[in-house]
Ligand binder design. Structure first.
Ligand code: SER
Length: 581
């Protein structure tokens, strides 16, 4: 029996109900593209809402993490993985949780106690040292010398910046042929973390305030691919039983051995598996140029490029064969994979055919460039994107292989320029007016000007709009900045915008000659793109920008401004998502 089944059977025998994996695209959380942990879909229940299946739950959850996308190709990272988890929603706590973990590891998986070591939270001014967990482990037979106390960086878990959180205890396994040392050194890499039991007692809100949760929860997580590798005694995750069939199939399709071709083969295997899981999701994601669709496009196109590197014929159905193999593996566990088989195969085939039409021509551009220079300028990178369908990340990867650099900031500029052009073209050139814009979007337009002005004050005058996107739900703003904003900087920006809103500043509009507008110091993104007569929107002495509008008449209409997210958009470019509430 495989680990997934053993795990579920064990926890069901301990009174847990198995819940189905949530979709990989979160259903009610637009702040993340994909579920990144087993607990994510359970947040409302960890906060106290009653779960229809009760207080003891277990599952295997489809997760996608994109933080390591660039590292795929090594032996241990994956974009998609499955996380095994069990939860107590205000039911049992540390003692039972630790006893269950110990029993599962030693009696079901038959791991000798001597190969295990434990870390627990050492405590700080807010949370006491976790003696309860430590003595529970000891009572079960883990010697003191194998229990290490570590601080917040290691033994405290929170999903991102805010949410339910708490200290945790982590279980390590000795992955080496030598006898495990008596004293546990958590920094010795032969000790590999295999399971994490989080004791969720607190809630940290977006402003950093910590309160006690109404109930004490347990949230445990075990990454399937890593643990299987550990248990099967291999150092390359792709050599485990999980990947055996697709890996052998890829060897057969290419006629090449895995050894010596690891990087491209891992990328193809990982990316096709993740693409299958995204395309099969009930959210109905299709390759596109935004959000999850863009990730799907990137994954498929990168896999295609590596398939070409391994010499696969562009018209062969390699992707279909691999996808069918993954579908066969996962359909017994996920009904959506079974139900959406045809959709998945079509998505992959169509995207492959689309990229096949331009990939070769795009690669020639690289060859030409490397004859004369060692940098791909912004314009060329944009040309590769726009005409040959090369996601910028792919351009960077291909460039690197040829010792070329890419002007990413230049690319972003061209990209925004293009977006601006198509936006104004479809909105009727520089007419402004409310047509096509709801009142909410109009408010976000004005809020965007205020945010731009506030960032200039807090971060520096070099800040300007590199990209902007407005929906009914939020604004998104990209700007040049070389660091992640601190909590303090974010707070200052928010406060400034809210002060200006409270000051009830009128928003005025004036039509003038372009030259005059520029001379008067009005901010303008793409000077050459504007007609001779332009509209300048002024918000008191806070902001002055060339803009097509529309805007509200007074800042008081905006309500309250709040930054929801601050993240990297690309090298040297930060992205803020903010709302009005
Ligand atoms: N939330 C914890 C983790 O992701 C345990 O499930 O590791």
């Amino acid at each position: 029996m495989n680990l997934k089944d053993l795990y579920i059977n064990f926890f069901v025998s301990k009174g847990h109900k198995q819940i189905p994996s949530a979709p990989v695209v979160p259903e009610n959380d637009p702040s993340v593209l994909f579920n990144t942990a087993g607990m994510q879909p359970l947040i409302p229940y960890l906060m106290g809402e009653e779960h229809p299946y009760g207080k003891r739950l277990c599952d295997y959850q489809k997760c996608i993490r994109l933080t390591d996308l660039d590292r795929i190709g090594d032996s241990t990272h994956h974009t998609f993985f499955e996380m095994l988890g069990n939860w107590s929603l205000g039911d049992y706590f540390k003692n039972e949780s630790i006893a269950y973990s110990f029993e599962f590891l030693t009696e079901v998986l038959h791991i000798p106690v001597d190969k295990l070591a434990i870390t627990v939270f050492e405590g700080d001014e807010e949370i006491p040292r976790d003696e309860v967990s430590a003595s529970r482990w000891e009572s079960l037979g883990i010697p003191k010398s194998r229990i290490a106390y570590l601080g917040r960086d290691d033994n405290f878990w929170i999903p991102g910046d805010s949410g339910p959180c708490g200290g945790d205890t982590e279980i390590f396994y000795w992955r080496d042929d030598s006898t495990p040392p008596v004293n546990f050194d958590p920094h010795d890499e032969r000790w590999v973390e295999i399971w994490n039991n989080v004791f969720m007692e607190f809630y940290k809100d977006k402003d950093g305030k910590v309160t006690e949760l109404a109930q004490k929860n347990v949230d445990t997580g075990m990454g399937l691919e890593r643990v299987v590798a550990v248990l099967e005694g291999v150092y390359d995750n792709y050599l485990t039983s999980i990947w055996e069939k697709p890996r052998k199939l890829l060897e057969q399709i290419t006629g090449l051995p895995y050894q010596g071709n690891e990087e491209s083969m891992r990328i193809i295997l990982d990316h096709i598996r993740t693409s299958v899981m995204i395309a099969a999701d009930p959210a109905g994601i299709k390759p596109s140029n935004t959000d999850q669709g863009y990730i799907l496009r990137r994954l498929i196109r990168r896999a295609i490029r590596h398939a070409r590197k391994l010499g696969l014929d562009k018209d062969s159905n390699w992707e279909e064969q691999l996808a069918k193999c993954f579908i066969e593996i996962y359909e017994p566990y996920y009904k959506e994979v079974e139900e959406n088989k045809e959709v998945v195969l079509n998505v992959l085939k169509q995207e492959k055919e689309k990229f096949n039409r331009t990939l070769e021509k795009g690669l020639k551009v690289f060859e030409k460039i490397s004859l004369n220079t060692n940098e791909i300028d912004g314009e060329t990178a944009f040309h590769l994107y726009d005409t040959f369908g090369f996601p910028i990340e792919l351009t960077i990867e291909v460039a690197k292989e040829r010792n070329l650099t890419v002007d990413e900031v230049g690319f972003q500029k061209k990209f925004q320029e293009h977006q601006e052009k198509s936006r104004t073209a479809s909105a009727g050139k520089f007419k402004g007016g409310l047509s096509g814009n709801s009142l909410v979007e109009t408010k976000y337009h004005t809020a965007t000007h205020l945010l731009n002005a506030a960032l200039k004050k807090v971060i520096g005058p070099q800040v300007h709009q590199m990209g902007s996107n407005i929906t009914e739900e939020r604004l998104r703003f990209d700007f040049p900045c070389d660091h992640k904003l601190t909590e303090e900087e974010k707070q200052k920006v928010e406060d400034l915008v809210n002060q200006w809103i409270q000051k009830e500043i009128p928003v005025t509009k004036e039509t003038m000659e372009k030259e005059k507008a520029i001379q008067s110091g009005a901010e303008c993104m793409f000077i050459e793109k504007y007609p001779d007569m332009v509209t300048v929107y002024k918000i008191g002495d806070v902001s002055k920008e060339l803009c097509g509008g529309p805007h509200v008449e007074n800042t008081k209409e905006l309500g309250h401004f709040k930054i929801k997210k601050e993240e990297a958009s690309s090298a040297g470019v930060r992205r803020i998502k903010a709302i009005l509430e």
